[in-house]
Design a protein around this ligand. Sequence first.
Ligand SMILES: Nc1ncnc2c1ncn2[C@@H]1O[C@H](COP(=O)(O)OP(=O)(O)OP(=O)(O)O)[C@@H](O)[C@H]1O
Ligand SMILES: [Mg+2]
Length: 240
Amino acid sequence: MDIIELHDIRKQYGDRIVFQDVNLTIPVGSFVVVRGESGAGKSTLLNLISGLEIPNSGKIVVDGKDISELAKIERTDFYRHEVGIIFQGSYLQPQFTLMENITLPGVFAGMPEAERNAKAQQLAQMLGITESLSHLPSEVSGGQAERACIARALLMDPKIILADEPTSNLDEENAIIVLKILNAIRQQMGITIIVASHSRDVSRFATQILFVKNKLVNSEVVELALAASEGEVNDNQGAI
Ligand SMILES: Nc1ncnc2c1ncn2[C@@H]1O[C@H](COP(=O)(O)OP(=O)(O)OP(=O)(O)O)[C@@H](O)[C@H]1O
Ligand SMILES: [Mg+2]
């Protein structure tokens, strides 16, 4: 089953056409890597999938729902539960602790405090950042901050995680840890992962690679054997 379908998508900003006639399907449980030069449209593609941007024409179907048919308020609610986003440059609110950052989506969604705190504790344990929960983002390492971003993206039990350059601020060791965590989330929780990245390391986890170029998106399905072999992850820092 496909969790995401793009049909005849056109997207432009003013006169600048970023996408034209883009057709694409992503099967559920994929680890998708989006590649392409700076300015090619990787972030725009993620923003279209996450509903942050609306296409000028064409149809986007997420988990069987035609997004254009949802009224604005329904759409916000739909995406809140369906998609977890890890933004380019790992945006945490600097004045809030990691705990407060991680639980923020639950505040917006009206999740009771006890429930969102319990969920955040559980995710922090899984990701190995329990000790950092009471710290501000400025007081933790880049790798810990990135894992807090992953926890925040997982808080609402999404079916899809979108990550825009999640490893760009990390050294190689921490980048691999983050990628392994994302892959473990895919394998153990069945969540579809979509990562925009320039990094070579990320490709070894891919089940599908999207090449963004010349206003088009070309898809290549990768042999599953390789991606699957990275499965049994039990890294130092976290329980995952
Ligand atoms: N809000 C916007 N308004 C106008 N133009 C935009 C907007 N967002 C993106 N663009 C343009 O669309 C094109 C694609 O941008 P996008 O951010 O998707 O590229 P990218 O592949 O993610 O690049 P990078 O690797 O640098 O992150 C660029 O030419 C950019 O200038
Ligand atoms: Mg980008």
